[in-house]
Structure formats: C-alpha cells, structure tokens
Design a protein around this ligand. Structure first.
Ligand code: ZN
Length: 239
C-alpha cells in the first residue's frame, strides 16, 4: 500500500480537484483513509448547515436579489461554488497539522526568459506571466496602463478566462513583449469561467472611482467581486 493520503489531498479530492483519480483509488483500497475521508465529508456538510454558513448564504442571496440588474449571470452555481469555498474556510483550522496549506493562495508575478522575477523592464524585453493558482482552475489577467485603459492580457483573446492547473505555479504562455509605459497587472481566479467583458467593465469602473479620489490608475485595487481571488503586480517600464 502506498503512503496514506494527507488531509490536504483528501480535501482536494472531496472538492473534486483530484483529476488524476489517485485519491479515489487509494480511498477505495485503504480503510484508514476511507474513514478519514468520510469524517471530512461529514465535517464539510455540517459546516454548511451551521448558522454562520446559513447567514452568509442568505446575505449573498439577498444581495443578489436586491440588485435590479444582476451583474453576474452565474445564478445558483455561483452560490454553490461559494458554499464549497465556505466549507473549506471553515475546515482549515482542523487541517493545520499537515503544515503550510497553500490552498487558496494565489499569486501573480512576471518572470524573465531565465525564470528570474521581473519588476522593471524595458520596451522590447520579453516577460512571462506566472500565476500561483491556489485551488482555482480559471484565470483571467487584465492590464491597466498609466492612462487608465484596461486591456486583456491572458488569455490573449476570447470571451472568457483561461484554464490552468490548480495548486501550482503556472507560466502563462506565450511570453509577452514589453511595450512602453508601466502597467498594473490584475489576475482574477475562479472556479467557473470568468466573462472578460464583465471583468473589464468592473475594473474600468474601479479606475474611474479611483480617479475621483485622485488615485493613479496603477494603484487601483482589483474589484473584489470579480472571481473568488485576485492578485496584482506592477510592471515598471523604463523609457
Ligand atoms: Zn491510506
């Protein structure tokens, strides 16, 4: 029998994130892991029945119902996805004996052709976007320039976010060529595909709001209602 599964691996399997089928095969063959998996599944279910979870879900539903023109058309699956996220959040303290949990940790950085982190670049240089994907499969990266214009960076085109491997640092190809002018890069992470135009519109209105507060477009915080996690980095482009 191979080594037992960690709680993190079991948690990922229960979240439907183990595409390899390894965890499922192990649980089927290993009574000890089977018992633990069942306990964890029950804990997830009961955490969703807790009053706190109910209150949060009720507030989300209420908020959704209140907005006359819903910005998001994800409807029920959106709430279901949040419910799963909530179960994981409630569960985290019990899993800490497995050490550092990277679940839910997202990141965005730029790498040189040699793989070194890049913060400054010159026009014409090539850089690669890299994202820490946390538990998410769907990523969209937008860029805000000094004038406040919002552009789609990754995927390069198409109406929705791209898919990535969860739980890894993923290089988003192809590398991009640096153009004149610094840019703030915003990565949005989600369990379901993100609509590029909706995200672009939300970020554009964040830029407009910031401008009213005399804040520079490069300093704008990502809108919190796009996706389930966001990461941001700045690329300073030297003249
Ligand atoms: Zn086992």
């Amino acid at each position: 029998m191979a080594e037992h599964l960690t709680r993190l691996e079991l948690d990922e399997w229960l979240s439907g994130l183990d595409a390899s089928g390894r965890a499922e095969r192990h649980v089927a063959a290993c009574p000890a892991c089977g018992v633990l998996a069942e306990q964890m599944r029950q804990a997830r279910e009961s955490s969703l029945r807790e009053p706190r979870a109910k209150a949060v879900l009720a507030r989300l539903e209420e908020k959704r119902a209140r907005s006359a023109k819903p910005r998001w058309s994800w409807g029920v699956p959106w709430v279901a996805a949040l419910a799963v996220g909530l179960a994981l959040v409630v569960y985290v303290p019990r899993g800490t004996e497995d050490g550092v949990r990277l679940k839910g940790t997202v990141a965005l950085r730029l790498l040189s052709a040699q793989g070194a982190p890049v913060a400054d670049a010159r026009p014409g240089e090539r850089v690669t976007l890299a994202v820490g994907t946390g538990t998410y499969r769907n990523v969209l990266v937008l860029a805000v320039d000094e004038a406040g214009a919002v552009d789609q960076l990754w995927p390069q085109d198409g109406p929705t976010s791209g898919t990535v491997e969860p739980g890894a640092e993923v290089k988003l190809s192809p590398p991009m060529e640096v153009t004149p002018g610094s840019v703030a890069l915003h990565a949005f992470f989600a369990d379901a595909p993100l609509n590029v135009e909706q995200a672009r519109a939300a970020l554009t209105s964040s830029v407009a709001e910031a401008r009213e507060k005399r804040q520079a477009p490069l300093d704008v915080a990502p809108p919190g209602d796009i996706g389930k996690a966001q990461a941001r980095t700045l690329l300073r482009v030297m003249p």
